[in-house]
Design a binder for this molecule. Structure first.
Ligand code: SAH
Length: 218
């Protein structure tokens, strides 16, 4: 058991050096979170030894957990410091939420697939991620009662950023989301200022569909 966890800690260190730091991720909070979170516990048993590979992996229900570098890049671009309340749309395996939970004060995460929602809520409990709150609903409508959020991360792609999410973002807050068509999107980072919205395009990416009232149809 002890050797097992050492093995995975070594794989994690290798992942962070070869896939994350060597490609320009410099934020210490992101690096430390990725060294800590046991990614192999967020995939099914059959994939456990592939968990630290440089690629996305299936998590069941036709969904995927992103490649480690994408997780790091999205997280770094939110510019988090530690005091934030962050909203995540698309809980999935829970890995991205777990990374955020190591960095910020509180994570609110929404999943629309009931199987993944129940499975991941249980995993968060088992792993004692007590600063993550989960919700089963359509994340394109946000989480109005808990808004405004200091940052919002959408881990599924849509044709545009859902309007409720922009409304529920605090002034000075950042939102990151894959925006585009069915098969490929661009990673869009927006910052909400007093005078409007600043938009940055971080380049091409590929995510599963964001499905809901302000996303793709069923
Ligand atoms: N962040 C996840 C990535 C999961 S893939 C991880 O780290 O594993 C994207 C997830 O978004 C899927 O689980 C999918 O069911 C979910 N999703 C798609 N549309 C959604 C919506 N409108 N609201 C909430 N979750 C949604």
């Amino acid at each position: 058991m002890k050797n097992e966890s050492k093995k995975y800690a070594n794989w994690r260190r290798e992942m962070v050096e070869k896939q994350i730091m060597s490609r320009g991720i410099t934020d210490r909070l992101v690096i430390d979170a990725m060294l800590k979170v046991p990614r192999h516990l967020f995939v099914s048993e059959a994939l456990i030894d592939s968990a630290y590979g440089d690629f996305p992996l299936p998590i069941g229900e036709g969904q995927t957990i992103s490649q480690p570098f994408i997780i790091a890049e999205m997280t770094q671009n939110l510019g988090l410091k530690g005091h934030e309340r962050v909203l995540e749309i698309g809980t999935g395996s829970g890995y991205q939420g777990a990374i955020l939970s190591q960095i910020v004060y509180k994570v609110y995460t929404i999943e629309r697939n009931n199987t993944l929602f129940l499975q991941t809520r249980k995993l968060f409990d088992t792993l004692k991620y007590h600063n993550i709150v989960t919700r089963y609903s359509d994340g394109t409508q946000g989480w109005k009662q808990e808004s405004p959020f200091d940052a919002i991360i959408v881990t599924a792609g849509g044709q545009q950023i859902p309007e409720p999410l922009i409304q529920q973002l605090a002034i000075g807050g950042k939102l990151i989301m894959p925006v585009g068509g069915n098969f490929s999107q661009e990673l869009i980072l927006i910052e909400k200022t007093k005078t409007g919205i600043q938009t940055n395009n971080l380049g091409a990416c590929r995510f599963v569909k964001l499905i809901g009232q302000h996303g793709w149809g069923e």
